[in-house]
Design a binder for this molecule. Structure first.
Ligand code: SF4
Length: 425
């Protein structure tokens, strides 16, 4: 999502005649796009801003801070960081060129959360072969630990026609993979139409763009229903991967988190996905140390994780976000206990990921090449339909964006190694 936000900002600037500088030294404006979901990202931003101070003293360069944290902190950032020229919020991306101009001689803060314009300035794409498309913006679930509803505003969905038109533009521009984005794609148009239109969208995309892979993130366990699972199963283009954040396995903690489902309901949906969508990989997010989490609650999380056999998991220690409901609960867990639980959980999730990757050994699968591997440029990096990272030996020809058939030869801790069999397309 953050990457796509950056594309929207770059697209809006490109449309106004700006171009991307090759380096920080050449730039006449530097834009930092922020996230405030985790405290660590917030701290990194302030460190980065401090280091830009000397650059600004050496030559006139405009410094702009946008995104979630900018939305949250607003004017305060301009007072605390006088070398920042512009602070702009999550719904101001289409206005970035005008805002930078307005910040020529004075500091500007633009954090209005109204008047969202979807699709404006989205022409810039870093990669030709895949595109990111926002289908819903914002969230009003108010999970008690989460800052997103406060900084992104209430959920708004685009129309099916708008989404399909944008997909058509990207496909005719060379995209072979479309990534549908939203805080909760499962409730797509729920607010506007009284029922989710996500299954319908998946079916339409499969019919109109039969050769285009469709990925989507994020799904919400409460809103994932049988119709959506059916549409994923039937659609030839929807990729067999779902990221379904569980967060905790204790019903007491899930209720305190305001997640809207029980552990049993989650497990049932996970089982339905595994039964109905062949080869689906199921990934998740997990929080340990939510205020008041007992050893018994944590044991339940471990049980549910084991029962679901997640193919991959992102694990986090709970950290309090100012302004959220959970930040007002006075029952913090000691740091050492949180850390120890995290380690036990990671041990389990690593084991499950290893088992899941080992199952792929010897299989012949289709992958889409995403580019040279960042760790080992002698290899190509690719993704399978079920979102496994697959590496194989690099050839001379540029295979970025190509579809290839490979055979899996080795399973690592996080990724797979393969041999190329043929380039499919
Ligand atoms: S669904 Fe919950 S966790 Fe996800 S963005 Fe909305 S409030 Fe945050």
């Amino acid at each position: 999502m953050n990457r796509h936000d950056a594309e929207q900002i770059a697209g809006a600037l490109e449309g106004a005649g700006w171009s991307l500088a090759e380096s920080e030294e050449e730039a006449n404006s530097i834009i930092l796009l922020t996230c405030c979901v985790r405290e660590s990202a917030e701290q990194r931003l302030y460190g980065r801003l401090a280091s830009l101070k000397s650059l600004k003293q050496a030559r006139p360069v405009k410094i702009a801070v946008g995104g979630c944290l900018a939305q949250k902190v607003g004017e305060r950032m301009l007072h605390e960081m006088p070398h920042v020229d512009l602070v702009f919020g999550t719904q101001q991306y289409p206005n970035i060129a005008v805002l930078l101009e307005a910040a020529e001689n004075t500091q500007v803060c633009a954090t209005n959360l109204e008047g969202l314009e979807f699709g404006a300035g989205t022409s810039f794409r870093r990669e030709q072969f895949r595109a990111w498309i926002t289908i819903t913006h914002g969230c009003q679930n108010f999970c008690s630990y989460c800052i997103v509803p406060f900084v992104r505003g209430p959920e708004v969905s685009r129309t099916i026609e708008e989404v399909v038109d944008e997909v058509a533009r990207h496909v005719s521009g060379g995209a072979r993979e479309i990534n549908l984005l939203g805080q909760n794609v499962n409730s797509y148009r729920l607010r506007e139409d009284g029922e989710t239109k996500f299954p319908r969208l998946l079916r339409i995309l499969a019919e109109r763009f039969p050769d285009t892979w469709v990925r989507f993130t994020t799904s919400h366990p409460r809103d994932l229903n049988q119709e959506i699972i059916g549409a994923i199963a039937e659609s030839r283009t929807a990729c067999e991967h779902i990221h379904l954040p569980l967060q905790a396995g204790s019903d007491r903690i899930l209720a305190a988190m305001n997640r809207g489902y029980t552990a049993a309901e989650y497990v049932e949906k996970a089982q339905d996905l595994r039964r109905l969508v062949s080869d689906i990989s199921l990934t998740t997010d997990l929080i340990v140390g939510f205020p008041g989490e007992t050893e018994d609650d944590f044991a339940k999380t471990m049980e549910v994780v084991e029962a679901c056999g997640f193919d991959s998991s992102f694990t986090f220690i709970y950290n309090s976000r100012e302004g959220t409901a959970a930040a007002r609960i006075n029952n913090d867990i000691p740091g050492g206990v949180k850390q120890e639980r995290l380690e036990r959980l990671m041990q389990l999730t690593r084991k499950l990921t290893g088992v899941s990757l080992a199952r792929e050994l010897g299989r012949e699968i289709s992958v889409m090449v995403t580019g040279p591997s960042r760790k080992d440029p002698r290899r190509w990096s690719a993704r399978s339909r079920n979102n496994r990272i697959v590496h194989f030996e690099r050839q001379d020809a540029d295979l970025t964006g190509r579809l290839a058939k490979v055979v899996i030869t080795e399973a690592g801790s996080w990724s797979l190694k393969a041999e190329l069999l043929e380039i499919i397309d």
